[in-house]
Every structure is written in C-alpha cells, then in structure tokens.
Design a protein around this ligand. Sequence first.
Ligand code: SF4
Length: 339
Amino acid sequence: MTTAAAFEVKGWCPGALRPMESGDGLLVRVRPWCGAFTLEQAAGLADIAGRLGNGHIDLTRRANLQIRGLKDADMPALHEALDRLELLDPDARTEAARNIMVGPLAGPEARALAAELSRALPLDLPPKFGWLVDGAPFTIVGERSDIALCVTDAGVAVRRGDRWLGVTSRAQAVAMASGATPLFAPLSEVPAAGARPPGIAAPFGRLEADQLRALVALAGKAGASEMRLSPWRALYFDADIAGAESLGLIVDADDPLLRIDACPGGPACRSSSVDTRRDAMRIAARGFAGTVHVSGCAKGCARSAPADLVLVGDNGRYGVIHRGTSRDNIERTVAPEEI
Ligand code: SF4
C-alpha cells in the first residue's frame, strides 16, 4: 500500500490582493463581511467573474467565494470593481487576517459580534489563523477554527482549538483579538451544531457567473437582501427563493450530488492529473451508495472528513481508498475509465 503522491502545501491563502496561480489562470478569494454578501455585491461578483475571469466561481470550505481564470492585467479592474462593492481590504495583510467564518443561520447578535471582531483583528496573526462565530441555531460550531466564539443565552462561549474555555462577555471575547485573556465563567452546556437546512447548493460548490446572476435575480424578486455562505457550500437567503432548481442548482437535501465532494482537479488545478469533476459526474450518473470524495491529489481540498470511497488522482490514474481520507494509504489504482 502506498500513500498518494506528495502535494504542495501553501502556508497562505489566496485573496483579492494576493492572487494564486492556478491551472486556469489567477484565482482570487473574496471574503464576505460577516458571512454574507449583499445581493448587490453578489451580482457584482457574478459580473466580475464573467467579465474578467473565466466565469467559474467556487464556493469554498471556509465559506468564501473564489473567482477563477483572471490575468495579471485584470488586477487593477478587479480591485476597482471590488472597491466599488466595498469588498476590498486596504492591504493584503488586513485581508488575510479577516479569516472569520460565520454561521449562515446565526442571528443578529452573532453577526454583530463578527462585525466587531472584524474591526478588531490585528495584522500579526499566524498565516491561516481562523476564527469562527456562531449563534443559535448553531450550524458551524463543529468546524475547525483556532478560536470559536458562540453567542449563547449565558454570554459568548469560547473555544480555543478543541478546548472550550468558558463563557465571557462580548467585549472580552472581542478583546481576545488583541491578545487579552478574558475572565471566564464555567460553561454549563457546550454549544452543538443542529441539523443543517438544505439551502441552495451548486454541484461540487461550482457556480457559473450566469447562474449566480440569475440566482441573485430570483432572490431579489423574493425580497431577499443578502446571500449567506456556508462551509458545506450551500447558500442561504433571508427569503424563500423559488425556481433555483431550474438554474441547475440543488435544493433537495436528498440529492445524491450532495454526497459527492470533488475538488476542481485538472486542468483548473496544476496539482491534478485527472478531471475530477467529470469523473464525479459519471459516478453520480451511475448511482452510488454512501459518500464519495474525488480528489485531484492527496491534499484533499474538497473534503477533510473521511468518505466511504475516496479516489485520489495520481499520474493520470486514481488511487482507491475505502472509509478514509485522501491522505490515507492507497489500496490499489484504477484508470478513470474503470471507475
Ligand atoms: S486537492 Fe484538488 S484542488 Fe486541491 S491541490 Fe489537489 S488537485 Fe488541486
């Protein structure tokens, strides 16, 4: 048994001010404020993706949005457009520090806390340092983060890494951004994530610019004002949206495509020698049981949790792993046509 080929681990995340080279051009990550884009911002991002990028938009596992296929020469126009949408940070360090995931269903108190935290963040955090803010109904509290702040009836429950420290005031929770240690009261009940409502999902988290534009139009008609992002790549609106399935989006919680994760793979990602999403679609069309993860390489960008079947690209073939992650030992390899 072997593990999949070594992969490149980057010590930084892309941003609008720090694009990343990919197989299909430059990739930029746009971070929403407090976990949501206004409809105007979402429409503006669709326009940017269609006009400056290659039209592909990826929803990420950290509840951000990525625009692909840009060129160096597009950067000034990109920054101007993002600035007009109030989505451009003053500099790359500020942008990188603003790594806060917010529960898509969290109420106004949690979102106000996220807004305060965004303003208080220092610039000298370690690379990829991530915050999480959630509030009832809790949905993302189980996600990985360096610090998690959960608004409860008793105050803000704080978790550092995997360890719950207690409950503190909102002001003291925000002061943690500048290194202060809050006074904690004991936590009577650890916040736990409840069921996730289905939301509106795109197959493998990939939206096309026209789809996003049309979805924003439906949301506007329904009276929504914003689009919230989630780490499971479903979108949520503050109104009931009708007709999203006619855009090729997923609204049924039992849709089998929600049980398959696939990263962009080749040719969009240079680390992949296989076309992951094409092959994932073939698996979906044939029918399958359990969960499947099709990964272009062992890095496993699309999923870190184990899946029942994992296929990991390596030299034009797939390594097969059962009940594991893309970094586990490969049992055997198969050609894409054999899947
Ligand atoms: S997992 Fe997929 S997207 Fe991530 S680096 Fe590997 S091939 Fe690229």
